[in-house]
Design a protein around this ligand. Structure first.
Ligand code: AMP
Ligand code: MN
Ligand code: MN
Ligand code: MN
Length: 276
């Protein structure tokens, strides 16, 4: 039997709805064999996830999803099989959390201008102990009756180019890849199709990623079109990159991002788990 791999998901340590234990339990129910917890800019959920994984006979891969800047855009780099105790990684994580806090204050000030008061406190309440992220603002906006849904919150206020989409000084792509390599991890460019880049720009991104020491592309991210998968397979072949596959699970109510339900990694690419 081939194993079921899911190498991208989120818990309450960032913008996921389930605690690390609940997440691992759900992964077990979904017949996932190997799970990477990849919270945004933090490894704080990993310890709890480890214990739960032992109890449920799941192989846990320690991971992170790092926010990074490339050509003034935000891109995400997965760090798979990192050492969470690595001191440079710990430092980077603290810096990233600080940047998230500062950005959250700016987002709240912007939202106040369009009539939403106390957004910072509201978003914090949803973030709890976790890394504060835009979905926490969206949750607050829904709760306050300011928008009808998370989707509407992003479409009108938080998404690309909207008032709550404030620029942030994330570490560069090169720095982020270096941090992951330094922590013994494998840098994988997350959801390359989600950056709305032209083919030429995407190739420039992949080329810079490889030059920085990047090792893989996330060929499958949640539910996605087969044509997209094929394009990413071709990029893997061209740049001799490993392929990864993950659901990008955040909440239980989204079947297109269910744990372990993403399609199989095409056999033409070498799976990233070969080098764990
Ligand atoms: P942040 O890391 O704070 O910039 O927030 C980015 C997160 O917001 C992503 O990881 C997704 O979980 C979520 N997100 C981004 N775009 C959308 C969207 N259009 N609808 C719903 N959630 C989104
Ligand atoms: Mn997210
Ligand atoms: Mn992402
Ligand atoms: Mn993600």
């Amino acid at each position: 039997m081939t194993k079921c791999y899911d190498l991208h998901c989120h818990s309450t340590a960032s913008d996921g709805l389930l605690t690390p234990s609940e997440l691992v339990y759900r992964a077990a129910q979904q017949q996932v064999d190997v799970l990477a917890l990849t919270d945004h800019d933090t490894v704080s959920g990993l310890q709890e996830a480890y214990s739960a994984a032992q109890a449920h006979n799941i192989e846990l891969v320690p991971g992170i999803e790092c926010s990074a800047l490339w050509a003034r855009r935000t891109v995400h780099v997965l760090g798979l099989n990192i050492d969470p105790a690595n001191s440079a990684l710990q430092q980077a994580q603290e810096q990233l959390q600080q940047l998230r806090e500062e950005r959250a204050e700016r987002i709240a000030r912007r939202l106040a201008k369009v009539g939403l008061q106390d957004a910072l406190a509201g978003a914090r309440a949803h973030a709890g102990e976790g890394a504060i992220a835009r979905p926490h603002f969206a949750a607050h906006m829904v709760e306050a009756g300011f928008v009808k849904s998370t989707a509407q919150a992003f479409k009108r206020y938080l998404g690309n180019g909207k008032i709550g989409d404030v620029a942030n000084a994330w570490p560069s792509l090169t720095e982020s890849v270096a941090t992951i390599l330094n922590a013994g991890g494998i840098p994988v460019l997350a959801h390359p199709d989600k950056y709305n880049l032209t083919r030429t720009k995407l190739r420039a991104l992949v080329s810079d990623f490889v030059a920085a020491g990047g090792r893989g592309l996330e060929v499958v991210n949640g539910y996605q079109d087969n044509a997209v998968t094929q394009r990413l397979v071709a990029l893997c072949t061209e740049y001799q990159l490993l392929g990864s596959s993950g659901s990008d699970f955040h909440v239980p109510s989204q079947p297109w991002q269910e744990l372990g339900r993403q399609s199989l990694l095409p056999t033409e690419v070498q799976p990233v788990w070969d080098v764990f």
